[in-house]
Design a protein around this ligand. Structure first.
Ligand code: FAD
Length: 486
């Protein structure tokens, strides 16, 4: 198809999924002894999609994602592939504690909690977060039979079934919803925490199964062991100079690729196999009228944009079913001297029932030592979640005031910030609905059979975390290249 000359790829979306896909397409070409021309397109003028680091007055401020789970190896592998592994850093070991707000007071998260599931009975029995009735209900998990039903269910339904509504609402929901800003009663278990169902199935109990997984995990380092020793026990990692380090290294590595930033891919067309005029199987139409010829296309746009591109070719119900929640974060910098308190942990999360504006607060300067000068304090407050999104569009001053009211009430902080940065991320958090795994598998099967050489990947599909996006970018490079060489 490419006459052995030049394999042309268009990558739609310049977020981390698209950039990883472009990077690994060039690697695949090298491995296969081929020449590739990769073009990355994105309507934004800025590379990186959701990743957005602000370096200001000695602070490293993340306006989007701030770190990643160390045990998911695709991102550490990418750091090694880009030669930026020495830039990795872990969380401050002295700031391990996290808190949950309950009736206006901060309660330490009981030790042994794994993604909201208690695995140590004594600390759980002592916590003031849950009533005695709620604790007994949670321990019923040891005796309740495992469900025999096949297929997917919502995270909320599952947790309520296993550990009861109190643990679900007061502990699991604020913790897990922090990752998806979601409504757990609608979020697919299989697409988000399949290990929960697996624990129930194998051990007959969520607590027993999670405990067994934890023991297994404890025997292995949190971070992949190609990393230096001091990073191996950090559950989360990031880059000392912010996640933009990865974008800068990718930009360098993609120097040989082309880009169309500030432009949208509006449609693509499949040429008839016998069409003598056509010089490539696909043509991508850009918003400025340019046509990019392509042997392969990787679509990494959010679900609604990917659906617009794919709808003329295949059914896109799987993508239309993914709603996106809007969120915002308010970052405040303070002088340590006038701040008035010391942090002994990394922050707190807030159950819905507390009625605050903020959904969580990270004590960024305590959790990530690289983020702030020694004499300063950095706080990051989150607002917006499923069924509570209007707050994201409050005027700046109202939003600042609401957030400051919350931290005054919860932490007693009255100090004036040196500066405040507000970031609104509209429709940014994909909510995988129940049945998402099966629906995307079906969509991808259609892609394989009807649009060989076209693939769709990224946060809309198979994991929202940065490592999952990078893994998908890498997989898509191989899948698309295989199809092109067939
Ligand atoms: P995106 O970054 O959304 O990129 C998709 C790109 O496609 C966009 O740039 C868009 O402009 C472009 N596009 C859309 N339509 C078209 C078109 N027609 N043509 C061309 N381009 C198009 N994950 C973590 O692991 N750790 C965290 O700490 C973390 N925190 C987060 C905090 C927030 C506030 C948010 C919103 C997410 C967070 N995540 C975190 C999740 C993670 O950041 C995202 O899932 C990930 O960055 C998504 O990458 P992506 O490339 O798939 O999508």
């Amino acid at each position: 198809r490419s006459n052995g000359k030049l394999d042309r790829f268009v990558v739609i979306g310049g977020g981390i999924s698209g950039l990883s896909s472009a990077f690994y397409l060039l690697k695949e070409a090298e491995l296969r002894g081929r020449k590739a021309l990769v073009t990355v397109v994105d309507p934004s003028e800025r590379i990186g999609g959701k990743i957005d680091t602000l370096r200001k007055q000695g602070f490293v401020i993340e306006k989007g994602p701030d770190s990643f789970l160390a045990r998911k190896t695709a991102i550490v592998d990418l750091a090694f592939d880009l030669g930026i592994q020495d830039e990795l850093t872990g969380t401050n070991p002295a700031a391990k504690k996290t808190y949950i707000l309950h009736r206006g007071k901060l309660h330490p998260m009981p030790p042994g909690l794994v993604l909201g599931v208690p695995t140590e009975i004594m600390p759980f029995a002592k916590t003031g977060l849950i009533s005695w009735g709620g604790k007994l209900r949670a321990l019923m998990d040891f005796v309740l039979p495992a469900s025999k039903a096949e297929g997917d269910e919502s995270v909320g339904e599952f947790l309520t079934r296993r550990v009861g509504p109190e643990v679900m609402e007061r502990i699991a929901e604020p913790l897990l919803a922090g990752i998806y800003a979601g409504d757990l009663s609608k979020l697919s278990l299989q697409s988000t925490f399949p290990q929960f169902r697996e624990a129930e199935r194998r051990h007959g109990s969520l607590i027993r199964g999670t405990r067994a997984n934890r023991r297994k995990g404890a025997a292995a380092p949190a971070a992949p062991n190609r990393l230096p020793k001091h990073l191996q026990n950090s559950m989360f990692l990031t880059f000392k100079n912010g996640l933009a380090t990865m974008l800068e290294a990718l930009t360098d590595a993609l120097a040989g690729a082309e880009s169309r930033f500030g432009l949208k891919a509006v449609a693509f067309r499949q040429n008839e196999p016998g069409d003598k005029q056509a010089t490539a199987p696909y043509e991508v139409l850009m918003s400025d009228g340019e046509i990019l010829e392509a042997d392969g296309i990787v679509i990494t746009a959010p679900a609604h944009d990917a659906a617009d591109l794919l709808e003329p070719h295949i059914p896109v119900d799987a993508l239309r079913a993914v709603n996106y929640v809007s969120v915002a974060n308010v970052v405040m910098a303070f002088d340590k001297a006038s701040f008035g308190m010391e942090f002994d942990g990394s922050g707190f999360v807030v159950p819905r029932s507390e009625g605050t504006t903020i959904t969580a607060c990270t004590w960024t300067s305590a959790k990530w030592l690289h983020s702030s000068p020694d004499d300063k304090v950095l706080l990051r407050c989150y607002v917006g979640r499923a069924n509570d999104e209007e707050v994201v569009d409050l005027p700046d001053e109202d939003l600042k005031e609401a957030v400051r009211r919350d931290i005054r009430n919860v932490l007693g902080i009255t100090a004036e910030p040196i500066f405040t940065e507000i970031t609104r991320l509209h429709r940014s958090m994909p909510q995988y609905p129940v049945g998402h795994v099966q629906a995307t598998a079906k969509l991808r099967a259609q892609l394989r059979s009807q649009l060989p050489g076209v693939w769709a990947a990224g946060a809309a599909f198979d994991g929202v975390g940065l490592p999952d996006c990078i893994r998908q970018g890498k997989e898509s490079a191989r899948i698309v290249y295989d199809a092109v060489m067939k």
